[in-house]
Design a binder for this molecule. Structure first.
Ligand code: SF4
Length: 104
C-alpha cells in the first residue's frame, strides 16, 4: 500500500530545482517569481516546516533557508511586509520544532 505524503501535492513536483537554489541566488526576477509560485503552493507550510526541521538550505515555502534558518542575504528582494511575516513564521516554526524535539 502506497502512502500519500505532502510532497505528492507539491506545486514544484517534477520541475527544475535549480530555480530553488542557484538561479534564485543570482537572479532577482527568478527569486520573485519563485516566491509567488511557492506562496500559491498548497503545501507551503509543510514544506517550510520540513525545511526548518531538517536544517535545509534553499527555497521552502517562499523562504530561502540557510541550514534551516531565514537567510537575510537571499531574501533581501522581498518587500518589508512579506519579509517580516515570513521571518515571524520561521520563528514560530522553529519554536514548534524545538517543542516537538523536546517531546521525543
Ligand atoms: S512551497 Fe515551493 S518549494 Fe515547497 S513544495 Fe511548494 S512549490 Fe515546492
Amino acid at each position: 500500500m502506497a502512502f500519500v505524503t505532502w510532497e505528492d501535492s507539491a506545486a514544484c513536483k517534477g520541475i527544475n530545482t535549480n530555480l530553488f537554489f542557484d538561479e534564485y541566488e543570482t537572479k532577482p526576477e527568478v527569486a520573485k517569481n519563485t516566491d509567488a509560485f511557492c506562496l500559491s503552493c498548497p503545501v507551503k507550510n509543510q514544506c517550510l516546516y520540513d525545511g526548518i526541521k531538517n536544517q535545509e538550505s534553499g527555497v521552502r515555502g517562499a523562504v530561502y533557508l540557510n541550514k534551516g534558518g531565514y537567510s537575510k542575504p537571499f531574501n533581501k528582494h522581498k518587500d518589508r511586509a512579506t519579509a517580516s511575516a515570513l521571518q515571524a513564521q520561521v520563528t514560530a516554526f522553529k519554536q514548534a520544532v524545538a517543542m516537538e524535539e523536546a517531546l521525543d
